[in-house]
Design a protein around this ligand. Sequence first.
Ligand code: NAP
Length: 266
Amino acid sequence: MAGERAGEGQTALVTGASMGIGVDLAECFAKDGYDLILCARSEAQLKEVADRLAAKHRVEATPIAADLGVPGGGERLAAEIAARRLEVDALVNNAGYGMAGAFDGSDRAVQLGMIDLNDRALVELTHFYWPRMLANRRGGVLNVASTAAFQPGPLMAVYYASKAFVLSFSEALWKEAEGSGVCVSCLCPGPTASHFRERAGTGKTRLARTGTPMSSAAVAEMGYRGWRENRRVVVTGARNAALAGLIPFLPRRTLLRIVHHLQSPA
Ligand SMILES: NC(=O)c1ccc[n+]([C@@H]2O[C@H](COP(=O)([O-])OP(=O)(O)OC[C@H]3O[C@@H](n4cnc5c(N)ncnc54)[C@H](OP(=O)(O)O)[C@@H]3O)[C@@H](O)[C@H]2O)c1
């Protein structure tokens, strides 16, 4: 029945929804009655997720395969959504990737593609849907950054910087939307079980050897709940939150030494 669930009659666009944290974030929205638009590059996987979530949670789920890691990717996705006469009330900018290793000798296309996906597409899509959210005084944006956002990341420099951008941008929008009914949250997960590590090549770093990654379902649940409560920043897990809280008090050189050590091969 309409109005039964909090998201009934609204649609959430989730990027990076073919695997990992994005699938679980999409499920959190679906559980609450949001219809879904799911985006990633892998068409078959995306369709499978859409069909499963639609059936399980009695919502509409539209998969749209798109590459957001190229300039203009966000705009093309928004045009496709408009062509299908779909609206977006909640935007979950989750798609992203990282790449481990020194900046010297790195692949330029991979480094720039990271900025295109993690930052450029995120801004493009937000810019597209933000006016409607403010006009409707509901919905909002859930951006997925990382605990990497809180400090520079030697040996993974562009990724850390790309996530610092996401954090800064999200906090600024949170303030701009204050009192409007539009929610903005920046989800900052620490190490999380997903395909991220495979693509980023971070499996052999010292950081990868410390502790057990959180489950993507737990991370998504915290992110979704935080967003519903309009929490500006959501750091997943007590240990990650405590470490993030310490960072401003550490001398910058010490911090850089620690991160360099953690990002080095074990
Ligand atoms: N896992 C962690 O430890 C961790 C920690 C902190 C933050 N995060 C952040 O969490 C977010 C989700 O990552 P994850 O851990 O779930 O990784 P994942 O399992 O690798 O999933 C990444 C998702 O992004 C999509 N994607 C990648 N490149 C894309 C492109 N060019 N265009 C459109 N979609 C693209 C992938 O689908 P296709 O390959 O099908 O396109 C996939 O659905 C990322 O922003 C990541 O930086 C992850």
